[in-house]
Write a new protein. Sequence first.
Length: 51
Amino acid sequence: MVIQTWRQTLWGYDQTHITPCDKGWVSYITKFRDKPDFGSSIDWLNCHNPH
């Protein structure tokens, strides 16, 4: 699903390299501490939900 969605972006092309990440990185990248408004810290213009 990630590769299929990536290819639907304007810059995705056929270059994909996906590796599993650890829970520490996921916790860091999604932390609320430094985000006063979590919703506005997401790049909604470049998000695509195919469903």
